[in-house]
Structure formats: C-alpha cells, structure tokens
Design a protein around this ligand. Structure first.
Ligand code: NDP
Length: 284
C-alpha cells in the first residue's frame, strides 16, 4: 500500500488563486493588502524564503516591499524601522525573517511589531490569544499543516496527534491547533526518552525537528498521516525529517519535502496578510 500524497504545492496554488479573488474584492474597495518583509544579513536560505514570499504576493495581487539590511544592523535601527512600518498605512503585515544575526534580540523585535500587523503570528499577544482560544492571526506553518490535513479529509477529532518539536514557531502552535481540532496531543522533544514508542501511537505525526531521517518507517503507525515540516540539506539535496521513500509505504498520507509544508507556509502568510488588511481596513 502506498500513502496518499499531501501535495502542498498544488494546494498552495489553489489557496493563492482563491486569495487573488479576495484581494480583487478588497481592491475594488480601495484596499490593496501590503506586506513588508525585513531581511537582516545575507543568509542564502533566508534570501530564498524572502524571494518566494515576494513571488507569492505577486501571484495573489498583494503589494510587497522587501527591506534588506546589513548583518551588523543595530537593534535600535531595526526597532525604528519596525515603528515606521507599524505607522505605514500601505503596510498590513510585517514579517521579520528569522533567524536574526547574533546580537539582535529576536523576542524584542517580534514584540515591537504591532499585533495588528503581525503577519507571522509570532507576537506574544497573538501567541497568548491562540493559547487561550481567542480568534487571532495564526503562525503560518502550523496553519498550513492543519489546512493540508483538512484538504485531504484526514480525520483529526478524537485522533492521537504526536508533534515532534516544541519550538514557539512550529511545534507548540501546531500542538495547540491540533488540540483546537479536538485531537489528543502529545508533544515530544530532544529529552523524550523513547521517541519511537511515542510516534508509533500517532494517528497524525507532525515532524518539526530539523534533522534528516529522525523519523524512520518503523516509527510510523500503519495508515497514519505524516506531516513533515523539517527542512534539511543533505549533500546539496533538500529533505525533510522523515525517511520519505520508506515511510511512503507505511503511512496513509504523507507530505513531501520539497513541495509540502513549505509551500503551504507561504500561502498561509499571504492569507494572514489579506486577513489583517480586511480586519484593519474593512472587509470586502
Ligand atoms: P527548532 O530548532 O527551534 O526546534 C526543533 C525542535 O526539535 C526542538 O523542540 C528540539 O527539542 C526538537 N528535537 C531536536 N532533536 C530532537 C530529537 N533527536 N528527537 C526529538 N526532538 C528533537 O526548529 P523549528 O521548530 O524552528 O524548525 C523545525 C524544522 O522545521 C527545521 O528543519 C526548520 O527548518 C523547519 N521549518 C520549516 C518551515 C516550513 O515552512 N516548512 C517553517 C519553519 C521551520 P528541544 O526543545 O528539547 O531542544
């Protein structure tokens, strides 16, 4: 038996097409949603992500502005820029590409972004709203994970979801969103003693570690849905956290890398910008 592919590339294209219609409706009311992306330094992976975000904005008809700053940018300079973007009427969403160069205080920068313009959903106020079950802008990668599962009609309610990874941007919010969908959720991390015994219980397995092959086929329950968030470069090739070739034969559904969660993350970012524009400047 082979798994059904959770095709993030196709789904993201559909999402962006749908967003284009919503953007057109907003434009008719004089509102062009706008995203500002701030990139500090010259990390090649970050440059690629920023380029992809710009392309997705173009596809959906969203205005985008990329601001590139040198790696030795001072905290005060970056904070001043964010203050300006917070006030800028053309900008509905602000994204600071992570990781920031050493020496910049990431948490303070994220907290400086107005919660109403928090395109990534990383502001502590929005994270708190998610935790307490209030409507808020959602972190893009976990939002994409849920969208992929739902698009494939993967049952979530009452199922056991195991999330491997507990970062603030992926693992924890993914667990909260699965909980919100009424899954029973287990979170694993680097101190979990017997990871395989946990993952083997998962009806839904989300791998967000950042290590190639940390999830092997024998760690997957037959017919489970496996969502691979990891992005790793092995001998110049992009791979996820899951041994895809073998896992494909065991899982019921599986997302590939590339062409999976990464694509959906970008589509969900644009979705957030459109939501923020509609909330701040009036719904179409
Ligand atoms: P972090 O490094 O912040 O978190 C990694 C998590 O994995 C930590 O919680 C860590 O545990 C856990 N971990 C590390 N080793 C093990 C292990 N051997 N067994 C179990 N758990 C382990 O990474 P992120 O959450 O930011 O990202 C995770 C991956 O997802 C990366 O590859 C990243 O590139 C990718 N990513 C992909 C995106 C996409 O769009 N597809 C978007 C964002 C990230 P502990 O907390 O104990 O250290």
């Amino acid at each position: 038996m082979a798994a059904e592919l959770l095709d993030g590339k196709r789904l993201a294209e559909e999402e962006l097409d749908g967003l284009r219609d919503r953007v057109d409706a907003l434009k008719k009311r004089g509102v062009t949603p706008g995203l500002a992306v701030v990139l500090v330094g010259d990390d090649p992976a970050s440059q690629t992500y920023v380029r992809n975000k710009g392309k997705a904005c173009e596809k959906a008809g969203v205005y985008s502005r990329t601001i590139i700053l040198p790696a030795d940018t001072r905290q005060s300079h970056l904070e001043k820029l964010i203050d300006e973007l917070n006030r800028d009427p053309e900008i509905d969403g602000i994204l600071v590409q992570l990781p920031l160069p050493v020496g910049l205080d990431e948490q303070r920068i994220l907290a400086r972004i107005s919660p109403e313009k928090d395109a990534d959903g990383f502001h502590v106020l929005n994270a708190g709203k998610l935790l307490t079950g209030q409507a808020t802008v959602l972190p893009c990668t976990p939002k994409g994970v849920i969208a992929m599962l739902k698009a494939a009609n993967v049952p979530i309610e009452g199922k056991h979801a195991v999330v491997v990874g507990r970062s603030n941007i992926v693992g924890k919010p993914a667990a909260l969103l699965l909980l919100r969908e009424n899954a029973t959720v287990t979170i694993c991390h680097s101190k979990t003693p017997d990871l395989a015994s946990m993952t083997r219980q998962a009806d839904i397995l989300v791998a967000a570690v950042g290590r190639a092959n940390v999830i092997t086929a024998d760690m997957i329950k037959p017919s489970a849905a496996v969502v691979d968030v990891g992005i790793n470069r092995v001998n110049g090739r992009l791979v996820g956290d899951v041994d895809f070739e073998r896992a494909f034969k065991v899982a019921g559904w599986i997302s590939p890398v590339p062409g999976g969660v990464g694509r959906m993350t970008v589509a969900m970012l644009i979705d957030n910008v459109v939501e923020l524009a509609a909330a701040r400047r009036g719904r179409a």
